[in-house]
Design a protein around this ligand. Structure first.
Ligand code: EPZ
Length: 423
């Protein structure tokens, strides 16, 4: 079984450059379906989830060439199937991002209904409701979502119950081929949404307002292949910033726009980090004790849920108590129970976690509950007394490229090791 082993107590300093954003790259790959021909995506992270999305596209008939580690040349001219099999959706729920593009190009799609995952039910009812108002009809059978558009796609007004990232993306990618204008109200405003809208417009779409709560899409008859660079990964950046914050740094994190972590950086400064913002980078250090700060996760520009575990890790070492409230997913505190094995003092009350800061963590064997929780456990290991062994690290490999190598380059005492199964 592969684990990440960390020997705590060693400072991390130097520079790290983050990759393109996982949560943009996957949707940009799906969006190439809308533009028959050869599109090139650069700054694509070399991570497990991208490999799975590649399999999904090939299953549909696309050809993909990995030119160098971070450039994908995707030819979707021969895409002639619109069924995404369960085993790929089960492996990665983001495969459902092909729903909008397949409907936009073919007027039909069959995508396996995604199950839940560790952090919550992860339903897609808002995706389906929104698509239905564009004229899509769904037949659910045998665990598959079969979409058809007997009367084609017609633009309309859609208001989302919640600013869902996935629903906003699927709606945008179908609406670009609808007749007339679609407005998506209460749309997600994440930087990855803006990145997708930018690429769709480069393809010939007419998407306005991405990044604001109201996105307007004027349907067009055709979209054309493009070359597009994936936006820098603000969550990978935030993960290294949090690590520098608890270890002390200084660490310079490059390859992302600090504006995309606006509230996170403000909260981290309140917690006692010194953050120097630069052009596509920031430098982080800390000389004073960590201070407790209350955190509420919300859709962008609110505090990102994908930074909740990493931030809780830092708050668990603060001088005092605070409350972390998870408003986006219903079950995203598993990390806290693993961190308690390392000595953290956290009480979970529903979607609130009351965090009482402790002096230090002690190294232990822990299990990654999900992608961000796994990274946060490695982060805890960096400052824990003794050795920490994190298992189930496949979660981490889904979204962090060369995670161990990057930490080694910063001076951490960390290694990937293959050990006999613990249980
Ligand atoms: C995206 O998931 C990200 N994943 C998540 O990142 C991220 O945490 C999330 O957005 C919020 O920012 C990718 O982009 C691949 P949502 P998504 O639709 O689109 C509920 C990571 O660690 N909901 O905004 O699934 C849903 O259950 C991952 O990189 C419905 O109920 O997020 C959740 O509770 C984790 N019905 C909440 O809304 C729907 O139709 C937010 O979901 C859609 C969503």
């Amino acid at each position: 079984m592969e684990v990440i082993r960390i020997e705590g107590g060693h400072p991390i300093t130097g520079e790290v450059t983050v990759e393109g954003a996982k949560n943009s790259a996957l949707k940009l790959m799906a969006a190439t379906i809308l533009a028959p021909g050869v599109s090139t995506l650069t700054n694509v992270p070399n991570i497990a989830d991208v490999h799975v999305m590649g399999k999904v596209l090939k299953e549909l008939g696309a050809k993909i060439e990995v030119v160098d580690e971070h450039t994908l040349v995707i030819d979707t001219s021969a895409v002639d199937r619109w069924e995404t099999p369960y085993h790929l959706v089960a492996q990665m729920r983001a495969s459902t991002a092909v729903l909008g593009p397949l409907i936009g190009r073919f007027g039909k799609a069959t995508v396996a209904m995604p199950g839940g995952c560790n952090i919550g039910a992860r339903k897609i009812d808002m995706h389906l409701l929104g698509l239905q108002s564009l004229g899509v009809q769904f037949d659910m059978s045998h665990g598959d979502i079969c979409a058809t558009t007997p009367a084609g796609l017609t633009g309309t007004n859609v208001t989302l119950d919640f600013a869902s990232v996935g629903a906003t993306e699927n709606l945008m990618m179908a609406a670009v081929r609808a007749k007339g204008v679609t407005t998506i109200d209460n749309a997600a405003r994440e930087p990855e949404i803006v990145d997708l809208a930018n690429m769709l417009n480069e393809m010939g779409a007419k998407v306005h307002g991405a990044g604001s709560p109201v996105i307007e899409v004027e349907g067009v008859d055709a979209l054309y292949p493009v070359e597009h660079r994936v936006v820098g990964d603000r969550i990978e950046a935030g993960t290294f910033i949090a690590m520098a914050g608890i270890c002390g740094g200084p660490v310079t994190v490059k390859g992302f726009d600090p504006i995309h972590l606006g509230l996170v950086l403000k909260k981290y400064e309140l917690m006692g980090l010194d953050i120097e913002r630069g052009d596509m980078q920031c430098t982080v250090s800390r000389t004073s004790p960590l201070r407790p700060v209350d955190i509420q996760t919300l859709p962008f520009p609110g505090f990102p849920t994908d930074m909740q575990a990493q931030t809780m890790c830092a708050l668990a070492l603060a001088q005092g108590s605070c409350i972390v409230t998870e408003n986006v997913f219903e079950n995203r505190f598993m990390f806290a129970s693993e961190l308690s094995r390392m000595g953290a003092d956290i009480v979970i009350e529903g979607h609130h976690a009351i965090v009482h800061g402790v002096e230090r963590f002690s190294g232990a064997q822990v299990k990654a509950p999900d992608l961000r929780g796994g990274a946060a456990l490695v982060m805890a290991g960096l400052v824990a007394d003794g050795q920490t062994t994190v298992s189930d690290i496949y979660h981490i490999d889904r979204g962090y490229e060369h995670f161990v190598e990057k930490l080694l380059a910063l001076g951490a005492h960390v290694e990937r090791a293959d050990i006999p199964d613990l249980d």
